[in-house]
Design a protein around this ligand. Structure first.
Ligand SMILES: [Zn+2]
Ligand SMILES: [Zn+2]
Length: 115
């Protein structure tokens, strides 16, 4: 019995992950949805103006996902006085919850939802 070696995480032939530069966690970015310039604080990965995000994390801040799709805010949830945004990736359809930051414009988002 001889099995060909197919990659299970130990395969160094994985095409692109080795050649990509790691992105610093505390990066500034331009929102892919409203083009606002966001100053990264190391915690938030979404736009504080329109709340759109980008699918780059498996777990918050790890930047381990290379999907890169834009994530639409599809809802807001309150948890003990704290807001969580529900994001859905427009590219792969993944749904994730994200903690909000105090500079996030939740009020503006909720107003736009109602309008
Ligand atoms: Zn934005
Ligand atoms: Zn995605």
């Amino acid at each position: 019995m001889c099995f060909p070696s197919i990659g299970h995480g130990f395969d160094s032939r994985i095409p692109h992950s080795m050649s990509q530069k790691f992105i610093k966690n505390k990066e500034d970015f331009v929102c892919g949805h409203c083009q606002a310039e966001i100053i990264g604080n190391g915690f938030t990965n979404h736009c504080s103006k329109c709340l759109w995000s980008r699918h780059v994390d498996n777990f918050p801040g790890d930047r381990a996902n290379d999907c890169g799709g834009l994530m639409a805010p599809i809802g807001v949830e309150t948890m003990g006085g704290q807001y969580d945004i529900i994001h859905r990736c427009e590219k792969c359809g993944m749904v994730k919850k994200n903690k909000t930051a105090k500079e996030d414009d939740i009020g503006g988002y909720l107003t736009r939802m109602i309008e």
